[in-house]
Design a protein. Structure first.
Length: 192
């Protein structure tokens, strides 16, 4: 039982360390404003990651296209996790291209593109982020450990220094949820 308690305490410490750095909170607020402006200007958000991060990406997208806390119009967020696309591109071009190909197709200047990688070294995430950057999108990296190759490369970044992917992903999802709340507070204040 004490080992399980240790896991809760590590998760609590990871969150407390994140919150203690006020720049982390300010960046969430700044990105919420940029994302709200993107939607106001007719833009969209694109999000992607591998494994559990792909699930987090889908969760983020459905909160915008569906519903988060209150009724409001649907907002354009795309998560790249269509199995037919991934297997097609993976087979024809290689796994490193599964996110860059749709980014090439859908990303436009001013869109907000979010890449999730607990290591910061996912080649397919990096390639897509670089395509988005070249197209003039606002680029956002949710990464972990030391930040890997993605560290310092994009407009926004959060590096969660957890030792395991699960602790890193828990903070990533919290950032994404609070980002959604921030956008809703700007665009739909009556819901709050």
């Amino acid at each position: 039982m004490s080992k399980l308690l240790d896991s809760f305490l590590i998760a609590q410490k990871t969150l407390n360390d994140f919150i203690a750095d006020q720049e982390n909170i300010q960046r969430v607020d700044d990105l919420a404003k940029d994302l709200a402006k993107c939607f106001d200007n007719g833009g969209k958000s694109i999000i992607f990651g591998n494994g559990g991060s792909a699930c987090d990406a889908a969760h983020f997208a459905e909160e915008f296209t569906g519903r988060f806390r209150g009724d409001r119009k649907s907002l354009p967020v795309i998560a790249y996790n269509d199995a037919s696309h991934i297997t097609c591109v993976g087979n024809d071009y290689g796994f490193e291209e599964i996110f860059s190909r749709p980014t090439e197709a859908f990303c436009q200047k001013g869109d907000v593109v979010i890449g999730l990688s607990t290591s910061g070294n996912s080649a397919n995430v990096i390639k897509a982020m670089d395509v988005a950057k070249a197209k003039g999108a606002i680029t956002v990296a949710l990464i972990g450990k030391s930040g890997g190759k993605m560290k310092g490369q994009y407009d926004y970044e959060w590096i969660i220094p957890g030792e395991t992917s699960d602790r890193i992903q828990e903070i990533h999802m919290m950032i994404l949820h609070i980002l959604i709340e921030g956008v809703e507070r700007i665009l739909f204040p009556d819901n709050y």
